[in-house]
Ligand binder design. Structure first.
Ligand SMILES: [Fe+2]
Length: 261
């Protein structure tokens, strides 16, 4: 069997038009630059996994812009919502990219969760989703599973972000361990690279496709790192190889003092 190749792009924060900005960076331009880098690095045919905060404020036009941009770049993509998104508005406007909760690919299945809560920045997995996770992992017990969600269930070392982690992570963790087939977890939200562990599960976060948060900061702060993405190779024997790439030639400089998230 072949290696399943994925590319995670996260926290796009697209606005209603092409000039919309976050932290001094035009988010559509930076997303397009990431798409070009993905292609230049030989990952242009990968399935894209968009892990939330695809819009800055769940604007329908932002999702329309995303739908059009993905189509123009001829991309295959699945997505999940973040705290700046609204799943119903996403589904109504990402007309060529319907919500996919389970994507089966070869020996693997990618399971996506909605960890967002209305009008709250922090994460939570609703009871109905926990029940679905239990059922789906049982059904997929002969597959290796990669779980994707927006919020982190573990500390990443930024006190202000760690307050926003999934608040019922222990319940989810127990379910993920039940069949021994979940091999890794990926998240967005923290706008920085993170490679860690959640008990025995490897867990990874990716840099944003626009502006990055400063690692190890107690309070909100931006970093001057450029946009980036994470690649993941899911191997047929159940191992995951992964890494992060930052854009080398991105001209826009984040406004480190002027941003508000
Ligand atoms: Fe977020």
């Amino acid at each position: 069997m072949t290696v399943v190749r994925l590319t995670q792009i996260t926290d796009l924060h697209l606005g209603p038009d092409s000039d919309s900005m976050l932290g001094g960076v035009r988010t559509l331009e930076s997303f397009q630059a990431v798409l070009r880098a993905v292609e230049q690095n030989g990952r242009g045919t990968d399935l894209l996994l968009l892990t939330g905060d695809l819009a800055g404020d769940c604007e329908p036009q932002a999702y329309q812009l995303l739908n059009r941009t993905l189509g123009e770049h001829n991309k295959q993509a699945i997505w999940l919502p973040g705290n700046h998104d609204n799943v119903d508005i996403m589904a109504a406007n990402l007309v060529d990219y319907p919500r996919v909760q389970i994507q089966e690919m070869g020996d693997w299945a990618i399971l996506t969760l909605d960890s967002s809560q209305p009008h709250k920045p922090g994460g939570h997995i609703a009871d109905e989703q926990l029940a679905q996770v239990e059922q789906n992992l049982h059904r997929l017990r002969d597959k290796f599973v990669l779980l994707a969600m927006h919020h982190s269930p573990v500390d990443v070392g930024c006190a202000w972000l760690d307050l926003q982690q999934i608040d019922n992570q222990h319940q989810l963790h127990q379910l993920l361990l039940a069949h021994g087939n979940v091999k890794a977890v990926i998240t967005g939200h923290v706008h920085q690279q993170f490679d860690g562990s959640w008990g025995e599960l490897p867990i990874y976060s990716a840099p944003s496709s626009c502006v990055q948060f400063k690692p190890h900061s107690h309070d909100f702060a931006l970093s001057d790192q450029p946009p980036g993405y994470r690649w993941l190779d899911l191997h047929p024997e159940g191992t995951v190889k992964t890494g992060v790439e930052f854009l080398q030639d991105f001209a826009q400089i984040p406004d480190l003092n002027g941003a508000n998230y």
